[in-house]
Design a protein around this ligand. Structure first.
Ligand code: CA
Ligand code: CA
Length: 348
């Protein structure tokens, strides 16, 4: 097998492993309020492998009496850990959520409803990682029988500022009366308003350039300059990325601008625009394909001209979108086009 085929298989296997390794690699949630009631399955939550047992979606009562809820808190379905044999004692089931980017949230809170009914109830914990799952901090935990009632837990997660992972760690108790359940997981907070980057695009002679598109990458927006050359690009709070101006036939100085962690509006983010000419080039040759030097190539509508060099080569710098006619002229010489070449008929 070729090394290229080996590489391809390695890449496919690696991607597969990344996919099953957990939610650390999923696209982070950035839209809030976030809510998951597990009505159509697990949503973006997954059972971790390598622990002792799993969370299960269920409606109505669990299979054992005197433990577990009799109905969901929200809608019809909830998630729970079935603690019947062999799922006790002290069996762990970890439910991991998607990555949450809480950068734009202030006063962020994680809330959920829990049901921990059963005389041998174990422990339910909420753990959060801000380093892609390398380390987990316990932000909430409760042990023991809480009676046959759904309660809401509200966890202050305002100390987190970037991308976090959240997981529920359930550990069953000493016997089968340890069915613990959760429902309606929410992440809420005050969303920080987006930030505006604005400025002008002008020539070095302070002429406004209209219809320049400015595009912010990495989740930012775009805008087109108005008649005054003014633009406003909206980016998310704490955005990092690059804004790039573009318009056919124009170059810009700077060609783009990089930003890091933008948390306030930025003004006077200006660009100097310059026209980029379009090159029209070619050769003037005799019928033996020898270059003819000193032929003037004149473009009408503009004062654009060039004179062929010793190879018969010329270059005309026309404005972008130029229309017109190019005429070859050589004093004391009459040129006519014959097939693909130019033949010297006579020299006066
Ligand atoms: Ca539900
Ligand atoms: Ca599991």
């Amino acid at each position: 097998m070729s090394s290229r085929a080996n590489l391809k298989i390695w890449v496919v296997i690696s991607l597969f492993l990344l996919t099953i390794a957990g939610n650390a690699f999923s696209e982070p949630i950035t839209s809030y309020p976030y809510a998951e009631g597990f009505e159509s399955g697990f949503g973006e939550w997954i059972n971790i492998t390598g622990d002792d047992t799993d969370w299960t979606q269920r409606s109505g009562s669990t299979t054992s009496s005197a433990t577990g809820p009799t109905s969901a808190y929200e809608g019809i379905y909830y998630l729970y850990i079935e603690s019947s044999s062999p799922h006790y004692p002290n069996k762990i089931a970890i439910l991991e959520g998607p990555a949450f980017d809480v950068t734009s949230l202030t006063n962020a809170e994680l809330s959920f409803w829990y049901h921990m009914y059963g005389s041998t109830m174990g422990t339910l914990s909420v753990e959060i990682s801000d380093d892609d799952g390398a380390n987990w901090a316990t932000e909430w935990a409760l042990s023991g029988n809480q009676s046959n009632v759904w309660y809401e837990a509200v966890v202050d997660i305002s100390s987190y500022t970037g991308i976090i992972l959240v997981r529920f760690v359930g550990q069953t108790g000493s016997s089968y009366t340890s069915d613990m359940a959760i429902d309606e997981v929410e992440i809420i907070g005050t969303t920080t308003p987006p930030v505006i980057i604005s400025g002008y695009v002008e020539t070095s002679n302070n002429e406004a350039i209209e219809s320049v598109t400015l595009t912010a990458d990495n989740g930012g927006g775009s805008d087109v300059t108005d008649i005054d050359g003014y633009y406003e690009v909206t980016v998310p709070y704490a955005w990092s990325g690059t804004v790039t101006p573009s318009k056919g036939g124009w170059s810009f100085n700077p060609s783009n601008q990089a930003y890091s962690n933008v948390t306030t509006d930025l003004t006077d983010e200006d660009y100097i625009a310059a026209e980029v000419p379009v090159l029209i080039s070619g050769y003037v040759q005799d019928d033996s394909y020898n270059g003819i030097e000193g032929v003037l190539l004149l473009a009408d509508n503009n004062d654009i001209s060039d004179t062929t060099d010793s190879n018969g080569y010329y270059e005309l710098a026309a404005p972008y979108n130029w229309s017109g006619t190019v005429t070859p002229i050589k004093s004391c010489m009459l040129l006519i086009r014959l097939k693909a070449s130019i033949q010297v008929l006579s020299q006066i």
